[in-house]
Design a binder for this molecule. Structure first.
Ligand SMILES: Cc1cc2nc3c(=O)[nH]c(=O)nc-3n(C[C@H](O)[C@H](O)[C@H](O)COP(=O)(O)O)c2cc1C
Length: 328
């Protein structure tokens, strides 16, 4: 019987299927069920840099209205508020570590390296096995210069690495210039892992009401081709582990990501849509496929169809449809 165990960032995982950061990983009951259904690791719901700032603003406004704002009280309340937000999160890490055997990865959603990286030490003291930085720089700032978002990403990584003694990974969007080179540079920065790619909340239009509405929040299975391509292109060159996220909904797609060179995958939408037990189904399907191909473990097929091994990247980097594929 095929062995599904793998490693990610030096951590031992019983399965390559990781529960991605989402509302599902914000609750200890779900975490216990995710482990029971065979998740290889958990990425907790992100603590948002933005969320903390909003909370601070709310308290500051309250202090203004109560007429007792002095520099000293501001400092006190600033610390107090940060601690409040943090305490809840630290409790989640602590509880998760108490109840689970699999690695627990804390997550911070961030866009700058200002004021928050010291949080890192609290996350590791609470017991987190690693930290994932969900770097969510939205690339639509017309005032930003070319390369600025890549530099900010590297600044965030360096600021966190100064504090961290546990492995640090990043989760990025595909919106960087010269994506392959950006991924390689990020991988050399001292991080141990990288998740490709986060999926931004997107807008849609309602043509009846002529309003902007949210696009579906869950991914569609066909979206897996985006991370597949970039993992295949970069897996032989990066200096950290890669995991795939977006559009992975069945065991067969997990096999594809590992063939491309990923150490594992992170899943959210399929678990929302099909229930936590979907992870067990995916593990079983992956095992069956490995048995049918006589792959005893993950490393025996990891990267087999990546750019580095195939030596023929045409299928991976082609961007134009040929007549044959375009349906004439
Ligand atoms: C409802 C919902 C909440 C999410 N919250 C977070 C979050 O807090 N932090 C994060 O890094 N990613 C978050 N994600 C993104 C997922 O972790 C995942 O990377 C993305 O949905 C793509 O994977 P999927 O196709 O399996 O859903 C969220 C996704 C969903 C659907």
């Amino acid at each position: 019987m095929a062995n599904l165990s793998t490693t990610y960032m030096g951590l031992n995982l019983p399965s390559p299927i990781i529960a991605a950061s989402s509302g599902l990983t914000n609750d200890i009951k779900n975490l216990i069920e995710l482990e029971a259904c065979g998740a290889g690791a958990i990425v907790l719901k992100s603590l948002f840099e933005e969320e903390i700032i909003l909370e601070l603003d709310r308290r500051l406004h309250k202090m203004h209205s109560e007429n007792y704002l002095y520099p000293e009280t501001y400092d006190y309340y600033e610390e107090h508020d940060v601690d409040d937000t943090l305490t809840e999160y630290l409790r989640l890490i602590y509880d998760a570590k108490k109840h689970l055997q699999i690695p627990v990865i804390a997550s911070i959603n961030c866009v700058t390296a200002h004021n928050w990286p010291y949080f890192t030490k609290y996350l590791q003291e609470a017991g987190a096995d690693a930290i994932e930085l969900n770097i969510s720089i939205f690339p639509a700032n017309f005032d930003a210069s070319l390369g600025q978002n890549e530099n900010t990403t590297l600044e965030i990584i360096q600021a966190v690495l100064k504090e961290a003694t546990i492995p640090v990974s990043i989760k990025i969007s595909p919106y960087f210039s010269n994506l392959a080179q950006s991924i390689i540079e990020f991988s050399k920065s001292g991080i141990k892992g990288m998740a490709l790619f986060n999926r931004f909340f997107s807008p849609d239009y309602d043509t009846d009401t002529l309003e902007i509405i949210p696009a579906p929040i869950f991914s569609q299975p066909g979206e897996f081709t985006l991370p597949l391509r970039w993992i295949a292109i970069t897996s032989g060159k990066v200096e950290c582990d890669l995991v795939a996220t977006t559009g992975i909904s069945d065991g067969n797609t997990v096999a594809k990501m590992i063939l491309a060179g990923a150490k594992g995958v992170q899943v959210a939408s399929t678990v929302y849509k099909n229930g936590i037990n979907q992870i067990q189904i995916m593990n079983n399907d992956l095992k069956q496929w490995m048995d049918s191909k006589e792959f005893a473990d993950i490393e025996s097929f990891r990267g087999l169809l990546g750019y580095a091994k195939t030596g023929n990247p045409a299928g991976l980097i082609r961007t134009q449809f040929m007549k044959h594929f375009a349906g004439k």
